[in-house]
Design a protein around this ligand. Structure first.
Ligand SMILES: *[C@@H]1O[C@H](CO)[C@@H](O)[C@H](O)[C@H]1NC(C)=O
Ligand SMILES: *[C@@H]1O[C@H](CO)[C@@H](O)[C@H](O)[C@H]1NC(C)=O
Ligand SMILES: *[C@@H]1O[C@H](CO)[C@@H](O)[C@H](O)[C@H]1NC(C)=O
Ligand SMILES: *[C@@H]1O[C@H](CO)[C@@H](O)[C@H](O)[C@H]1NC(C)=O
Length: 472
């Protein structure tokens, strides 16, 4: 018996032993969109940590830092750009926003004085001279609000980002190829963000960014595994997203809000969570929530390096989150649709127009370990588009498709959610010999059956014949 058969058999046995199935009706508001992301919503960071950065008695970063020295030599920047060019990514470069400042004598952690731009000027000039493309410059990191080990006052930061914007404009006079200026990339702090944007003005900051703050995630919190399967815990982040959205609506930066760095925060992520299947209950839920709250880009810390890497730091083999992110990138388009689902908060549902028309794509996350869901879909009547916002729009028709659905069922081997082997169509996903990612083909399912979401699984579904005027 080959390996594949053993795996399928294991799954079969477990499915039989599953206890219950709950019926859920999910209502998708296909008439209008509620938010819009960038075409490139899924993003991952590369960090500057040295190999010797260790926490919790381990050194998870390996040699995956962008450099292992104190500064970025030009040759390394050349090599990195070769990699960026070959992989076709868009690059955001994080600049050191502390350069030139000094520690305050009065307030601990605060850095004072004007930012010194010469180093950034040199980098940009060199980058331009070599024809490298930088999509955006991010100004500083973790310096807003109380900061993380260091902070800068909002007014000073606002003044300096104006200086950076001027520099970018001076060196890139063509608006079509001018990199964006993003900032402040730090924890959300309403008062600080407001003062910052008041000083910088509306047309300086292209994207307001913030760091996701699932505060206790990676620290050695033994309850984290339970928390990231708890819908009320996951929902807590909605407050931050809402707060940022309010500020964005008030100041209207040109490209909106980003999540600039998010992972299991603090010290490289959690060893037994971040690189395992259970992490995606959190990660994919964040992708869904961030897009629902009109965030344009969501950057995962990191592409490689640390326990929270999408690609294993030592072997470069994809961790479970990688496959979830890849399918999100391929299937979920930029237009976000409203979804409601009454009976069960343990089924998380996000719907977007599909990336490649026609139709919609839905992401389902089943947080329950012993219950599956049978999902039917409803759409709002299209006439109800014209109702006043105070009217209660009634989802009064059940959607019955006639075309087969395209379904991607992701589960984990032997139902061990702290395992690392992801199953698609019950087959383990492992890189093929040439090190390429295996093809991820959907299962075609007859539209007359409900969508089945197994316990502790992630399902992407594309429905080609769902009538959603917002996606036309
Ligand atoms: C990669 O570099 C080549 C040569 O400079 C250029 O023509 C091409 O557009 C670059 N590709 C990307 C994705 O930037
Ligand atoms: C920081 O301290 C150095 C050395 O004392 C001084 O030369 C410099 O002017 C200070 N910079 C600012 C921005 O205060
Ligand atoms: C789906 O199943 C129904 C009921 O069994 C059948 O009538 C229909 O032909 C099937 N549709 C397709 C596209 O196979
Ligand atoms: C769920 O759907 C499957 C497949 O259509 C069906 O066999 C099963 O009876 C359904 N379960 C419930 C509880 O409705």
């Amino acid at each position: 018996m080959d390996l594949k058969c053993i795996f399928s058999l294991a799954i079969l046995v477990f499915q039989i032993s599953l206890s219950s199935t709950q019926n859920v009706n999910v209502v998708i508001q296909g008439a209008t969109s509620i938010a819009e992301t960038d075409d490139n919503f899924v993003c991952a960071t590369l960090d500057w940590w040295p190999t010797e950065k260790c926490n919790y008695n381990q050194c998870p970063r390996g040699k995956a830092g962008l450099l292992n020295l104190g500064c970025l030599p030009m040759e390394r920047w050349d090599e990195l750009n070769k990699f960026f060019n070959q992989s076709g990514v868009k690059v955001t470069f994080g600049l050191n926003a502390l350069l030139g400042r000094n520690r305050s004598q009065i307030e601990k952690g605060l850095w004072v004085g004007d930012w010194q731009l010469q180093n950034a000027r040199d980098l940009m000039k060199y980058t331009i001279s070599r024809g490298y493309k930088v999509d955006s410059y991010e100004f500083g990191i973790q310096l807003s609000g109380a900061g993380m080990g260091a902070s800068v006052e909002a007014e000073q930061y606002g003044k300096d980002i104006v200086v950076l914007k001027k520099l970018v404009k001076e060196l890139h006079p063509d608006p079509k190829t001018q990199p964006k200026v993003l900032g402040p990339s730090g924890y959300y702090d309403e008062k600080w963000f407001n003062s910052f944007l008041e000083v910088s003005g509306h047309d300086v900051v292209d994207g307001g960014q913030f760091l996701n703050s699932m505060d206790a995630y990676a620290s050695d919190d033994p309850n984290m595994i339970t928390k990231i399967q708890d819908p009320s815990y996951l929902n807590q982040d909605a407050r931050t997203y809402k707060g940022v959205l309010n500020i964005v609506n008030k100041f209207k930066p040109q490209s909106g809000a980003w999540v600039s760095e998010s992972g299991g925060v603090l010290h490289g992520g959690a060893k037994d969570l971040s690189p395992t299947f259970v992490d995606r209950f959190w990660y994919l839920d964040q992708l869904g929530m961030a897009s629902t709250y009109n965030h344009k880009v969501f950057c995962r810390q990191t592409l490689t390096g640390g326990n929270y890497a999408l690609l294993s730091t030592t072997t470069s083999i994809p961790n479970p989150d990688y496959y979830g992110a890849l399918l999100w990138h391929r299937l979920m388009g930029s237009t976000v649709l409203a979804v409601t689902q009454e009976p069960n908060p343990n089924l998380r549902v996000y719907a977007h127009c599909v990336k490649k028309k026609p139709g919609i794509s839905i992401n389902f996350i089943n947080l329950l370990k012993d219950s599956s869901f049978n999902v039917t879909l409803s759409n709002y009547e299209h006439q109800s588009r014209n109702l006043r916002s105070t009217d209660v729009a009634k989802p009064n028709f059940e959607f019955r498709g006639s075309k087969d659905r395209e379904e991607y069922h992701l589960a984990v081997l032997a139902r061990n959610i702290q395992g690392q082997i992801v199953l698609l169509k019950d087959v383990p996903m492992v890189p093929i010999e040439t090190f390429d990612i295996p093809a991820m083909e959907p299962k075609l399912v007859n539209a007359s059956t409900p969508i089945s979401i197994a316990a502790h699984s992630i399902v992407y579904v594309t429905i080609r014949d769902f009538q959603a005027p917002a996606c036309a």
